[in-house]
Design a protein around this ligand. Sequence first.
Ligand code: APR
Length: 278
Amino acid sequence: MTGPELAEAGRLLAAARRPVVFTGAGMSAESGVPTFRDAQTGLWQRYDPQELATPAAFRADPALVWGWYEARRRGVRRARPNPGHRAVAAIAARLPETVVITQNVDDLHERGGVPAPVRLHGSLFAPRCSACARPAPVPPDLPPPADPPVPPGGPEPHGGVESHAPEPPDGPLIPPACAGCGAPVRPGVVWFGEALPETALSAAVEAASACDLLLTVGTSALVHPAAEIPLVAARLGAPVVQVNPVPTPLDAICAVNLRGPAGEVLPALVRAAWPDAG
Ligand code: APR
């Protein structure tokens, strides 16, 4: 990617000191992790979210829901961070006040070199008791991550674009019982109809309120309250730069819209901001 938009976005990034990077499912698409709403490929094209991603669905059939999340967890373990994840880590390494806020429940930001992103929708790797909320161990038989963690700016392993859309859950899987109260363990993600974790949401609003640039990457900006975060930054005068192959409801508030995949656009943006970045 080249052109005046990229140059302008690079100028804004180079001038920033407290950027926010706000990411959605598109950030991990090139790692082979399906998005939610992309036609044909998005998870919600194949599964009804109401049947799998709500408290009522879990109460109705805990094994179906647990099995589905198990399959997604395996898929993520087989995935690798893509060059977009590494570019986000490079931005955070260069600008220590960077805050990365993600809607994603995969761990590819961490494996890509961002140790502690703000997680608005939880994590596939933080199961807890559905009754007493006691944290539960991640099932031991999970395959190890496909890639060793690489420190920010470390050597770029070959991009692992292994397609691994989760196969239909190979049958329901009875969730483990809580070691404390014996109730079923549930995935540590935010389901439809549930509130976002308060600490994460207030940290995200605080960062968006204080930022001098917000980079929004790979989100359809349809799910609230997460989708408010870029609006908070724009309302307070921070420029917003969007990376997405297609238009979204955020287009109108963006100083620059970069149309392309995160795995290609973000490394180009880092080079545009810091030509010495190599
Ligand atoms: N690079 C950048 N963006 C991409 C790429 C890519 N390679 N591939 C797809 N996209 C874009 C799509 O165009 C779309 O706008 O990523 C966006 C993905 O949108 P969704 O699937 O709606 O995902 P997201 O915005 O993260 O969903 C928000 O909804 O289902 C819930 O809790 C779930 O966190 C999720 C929330």
